[in-house]
Ligand binder design. Sequence first.
Ligand code: CP3
Length: 365
Amino acid sequence: MTTDTTGTAARDGDSRPGGPADSPFIRACRRRPVPHTPVWFMRQAGRSLPEYREIRASVPMLESCRRPELVTEITLQPVRRHGVDAAILFSDIVVPVAAAGIDLDIVPGTGPVVAEPIRTAADVERIRRITRDDVSYVDEAVRQLVVELGDTPLIGFAGAPFTLASYLVEGGPSRTHAKTKALMYGDPELWHALCARLAEVTLAFLRVQIEAGVSAVQLFDSWAGALSEADYRRFVLPHSTTVLSGLVDAGVPRIHFGVGTAELLGAMGEAGADVVGVDWRTPLDVATGRIGADKAVQGNLDPCVLLAPWPVVEAEVRRILEQGRAAPGHVFNLGHGVLPETDPEVLTRVVALVHELSSRRADQG
Ligand code: CP3
């Protein structure tokens, strides 16, 4: 009946004028006209903010993700401070994997560390399927946040099967992903069984967030850029497609993000995304040429540029807004997460500049 793959109909109740579904962020994701280019930052909630560091000083990372009142407060901090166009749920990609029974921790300065890495078919079976009850704290936090945020949309998220598999197989962060690739090439059957299970967990986790009221979801495949396009298509794309295409009826836009993915942008768009995230290596107009004119784009500002003097930042913001015009929808963002050493004042100035420059252009028609 309809070719609108964003499934707008399912959430018509939310698309009242001025509501989150009518916000500049959601409109840009759906490639509709916007009053200004929407902007948010990956890792906007985090160590760049003194108010975040204060809260986290006495609470370990995973515990903070499991306390709805803390999740709500931390998620709201960058919205209050910067006036960004969207909030992103404070959580981590390993939260659902821990909920699925895997013993892991998030070690400060290192990242996720897994007690017993996944190497065999029996190990894959240790990753249980999850239900809402396994992540009730996420359900509760999203429900609180939707009330607190009013017309500002909340982005839910999850890690994609490849990036999750890398942490689980390596046992922690890895530069080469050597053990992960050894398993992928050496035992494709086990690899696909692992990724299929992770896709199930991820899909269930995202559905909990959508049912609780998030307005969009982002799938983080941060480390997918470690693969060639051929390997990505063979070993990863089917599983990311299970997740993203599995949400076609859910009624919220889906964003698909990775780093170092210049060669993969077309394939990542094919997984069923409405928006493709782009790192700082590929200009947005070039990215649009690879992804196709039927998807919105997000990203491209190098997080390190925010550490440079303001005139450098301003020139980059102008360049990205200009190149973003080649896409049918543009969400301003970084090419990866905010670095902890970033001056939060600079982030606030970037938000104001993006709004000012893009609304002036909208005035001109
Ligand atoms: O504001 C937001 O973007 C929402 C919060 C968020 C976090 N993790 C909070 C966090 C999101 C979206 C993530 C996703 C995530 N986690 C990814 C994908 C995005 C990306 O950056 O590529 C990945 C790969 C992880 C795994 C992970 N968790 C890493 C690599 C680290 C950093 C380790 C460190 O200490 O430098 C974490 C921990 C983490 N997740 C922190 C935050 C705010 C830092 C914890 C702290 O405050 O000490």
